[in-house]
Design a protein around this ligand. Structure first.
Ligand code: UT7
Length: 333
């Protein structure tokens, strides 16, 4: 019934932006950012596009897995910051990695995207005859959709990518729970790139959740931080508990939880709600901030490479994001 992670990889841009660097354009300070979010610095792209970061992390994951890329049957990319409307970023990842025999598509579940994609990969590998491996890539250049005039959100986000090569293994541990609450769509969104369709007659009539915004940052992420915070502290425990219950497991028997790195206070509250000590949480928010769908796999890759997560460990990947979405997957590394 299970999923086995064969290899992981990650990539972050060289440029580091510290909390103090924001003082050049917004009124803020290191102490506020650190105590309210747990973030000290984040990596920011100086030009490397989303696809490039994803491809670098994918190559590292393929190398760690020790497989031939032509044996990959599926590539799923989870970015919310694609470089193109079309083609799918997954197709560009295929071009870059040599996964020539793979079906390729993108999946949009925001910061929960990596967990959603792992689950879809599991189902695909289980049912597709002859399918060997899947490559899941989470790559984000959030600096493209960050409003650097909004001090309550711009300090949160960073850029980066990570990927995993997985295979279906009938004997491996696996359970998941995916969900969403579309009524919360208005609490976290970025409007599609501004575009003026030539035959549009009444743009106002079709206006949905977005605030009226224009200018340089009109397409950027807008959030109601308090609503997202409230949702996150409940949704992550809910998803993790539901995944555990499906296989008659208690969260206490997990070795590590890898939560979406959005805010250290969200993680602390969620861990408390799951009755788990913070020692069980993999945390890297201090040096990365929130990298949306890339945040869980970057944390996973760093934990694997540092030895914090070892072969055989029972882990839970759990996230939430715009949608509002939430997802958890339990597996054995
Ligand atoms: O992937 C999901 C993405 N989103 C999230 O995860 C967001 C979840 N929400 C959060 O993490 C928190 O709500 C924030 C970090 C966004 C905000 O923290 P908060 O404790 O809810 O702060 P607040 O918005 O209530 O603001 C408190 C004060 C305000 O000042 P006044 O009105 O009390 O005078 C803000 O103007 O802090 C001020 N403030 C800042 N001060 C210094 C807001 N941003 C900053 C800043 N530096 N960067």
């Amino acid at each position: 019934m299970g999923l086995h992670i064969l290899g992981t990889g990650s990539y972050v841009p060289e440029k580091i932006m510290t909390n103090d660097d924001y003082k050049a354009f917004i009124e803020t300070n290191d102490e506020w950012i650190r105590t309210r979010t747990g973030i000290s610095s984040r990596h920011i792209s100086t030009g490397e596009p989303t696809w490039y970061m994803g491809a670098q992390s994918a190559k590292a994951a393929i190398e760690a897995a020790g497989i031939d890329p032509s044996d990959i049957s599926l590539v799923i990319d989870t970015s919310v910051t694609h470089d193109y409307h079309t083609p799918a970023t997954a197709c560009i990842i295929q071009r870059e990695t040599g996964a020539v025999n793979a079906a390729c598509f993108d999946l949009g579940a925001a910061c929960a995207g990596f967990v959603y994609a792992m689950d879809i990969a599991h189902r695909y590998l289980k049912t597709e005859s002859g399918a060997k491996y899947a490559l899941v890539v989470a790559n984000e250049q959030l600096s493209k959709i960050t409003n650097y005039e909004d001090r309550s959100s711009c300090i949160l986000f960073g850029d980066g990518a990570a990927a995993a090569v997985v295979e279906y293994d009938e004997n491996a541990l696996y359970s998941s729970h995916l969900g969403a609450d579309g009524t919360g769509a208005k609490y976290l969104y970025a409007k599609h790139t501004e575009f003026d369709p030539p035959f549009e007659e009444d743009a106002e009539k079709w206006k949905d959740i977005e605030e009226k915004k224009s200018g340089r940052y009109g397409h950027c992420l807008t959030q109601d931080g308090k609503e997202v915070y409230r949702f996150a502290t409940q949704a992550m425990p809910k998803a993790a508990k539901a995944a555990a219950e499906k296989i008659g497991m208690t969260l206490g028997s997990l070795d590590k939880i890898i939560p979406h790195q959005a805010n250290i206070r969200i993680i602390e509250t969620a861990m408390k709600n799951m009755k788990l000590s913070m020692e069980k949480a993999v945390i890297n928010i201090k040096n990365h901030g929130n990298t949306s769908s890339a945040s869980i796999p970057i944390a996973l890759d760093e934990a694997v490479r540092s030895g914090e997560i070892k072969r055989g460990d029972k882990i839970c990947l759990v996230g939430f994001g715009a949608g509002l979405t939430y997802a958890a997957a339990i597996l054995q590394y």
